[in-house]
Ligand binder design. Structure first.
Ligand SMILES: Cc1cc2nc3c(=O)[nH]c(=O)nc-3n(C[C@H](O)[C@H](O)[C@H](O)COP(=O)(O)OP(=O)(O)OC[C@H]3O[C@@H](n4cnc5c(N)ncnc54)[C@H](O)[C@@H]3O)c2cc1C
Length: 246
């Protein structure tokens, strides 16, 4: 099973009388709220499970590359120039990153056509957006919009719909899964110490082992899994080759 975190460029608010110094910041700076992630909120009457984080980043936006303008503005010429100058430090984007759950129809297999330099088949990923992802996106996008309206935005452009997955445009670089961990060798490749069920002296650390993609960036969890694998290796050394966990 493979996953891509569901990235939302959810809502952009334009302010007539507030400035935010968008040019200042650093790449990882920002605020995240976790109120609509996992089971942190009531899912009654909602058509999806899990959730995602909501982010307002202060990444230091460069001019030219970051000149958002309200919908309806021409994308060229004097009108665009005037609006992009006016809003360059007077807009904010509230975004989200949602969970990507496991589906039987999302998987990696060997490509029947394409090979590497050695003639071995390349990995082929089969993945698409599901109804769960669309419902989750719509819900989070509306929360992002509400945040901007509460902040006093005069105009908010909200992107509620998630289209089919498309490799031609950036959607996510959080590709995880493929060789998942689990409790049962029949349905997983490694146990929860990242020890291969079929090869007990092989522990492999990585995001490949995620059994689903939570509504978070993956690298922190990969770091935690490294500690977990180290603990497993240590136990394995003590017990002399037995699988350390089911
Ligand atoms: C542009 C970009 C931005 C990202 N931003 C963030 C972020 O802000 N926060 C976050 O949490 N995550 C981010 N990610 C995701 C994160 O980088 C990955 O989820 C994470 O690096 C996965 O770790 P990994 O160890 O599973 O795989 P990798 O880091 O990809 O490590 C796999 C390693 O295996 C090596 N390898 C492959 N094949 C072989 C082979 N045959 N023999 C030997 N070695 C081999 C590769 O060279 C590589 O070093 C980003 C990813 C990208 C691409």
């Amino acid at each position: 099973m493979v996953f891509h975190s569901i990235r939302l460029n959810a809502a952009t608010g334009f302010f007539e009388s507030k400035k935010f110094n968008n040019f200042a910041g650093s790449v990882g700076l920002g605020m995240i709220i976790d109120d609509f992630n996992g089971d942190n909120f009531d899912h009654t009457d909602l058509d999806f499970i899990h959730g995602g984080m909501i982010i307002l980043g202060q990444t230091g936006l460069r001019p030219i590359a970051n000149n958002a303008v309200p919908s309806g503005t021409k994308s060229w010429g004097a009108e665009f120039k005037e609006a992009s100058i006016k809003y360059s430090n007077a807009y904010l984007s509230v975004k989200g990153e949602g969970a990507s759950m496991a589906y039987r129809q999302h998987y990696i297999d060997l490509d029947p056509t394409y090979t590497d330099d050695f003639g071995d088949p390349l990995a082929r990923i089969t993945f698409d957006i599901e109804e769960q992802d669309r419902q989750l996106t719509k819900f989070l996008a509306e929360k992002c919009e509400q945040i901007l309206l509460e902040m006093g935005a005069d105009h908010v452009d909200t992107s509620r719909e998630l289209g089919p997955y498309n490799v031609a445009e950036y959607q996510s670089t959080h590709n995880t899964g493929g060789v998942i961990m689990g409790a049962d060798p029949e349905t997983s490749a490694v146990n929860n110490y990242l020890q291969m069920w079929d090869c007990d002296n092989l522990f492999v650390v990585g995001a490949y082992a995620f059994p689903q993609n939570a509504g978070y960036n993956p690298t922190g969890t990969v770091g935690a899994l490294a500690y977990r694998a180290a603990e497993g290796i240590s136990k394995y050394m003590e017990t002399g080759g037995q699988l350390v966990s089911k």
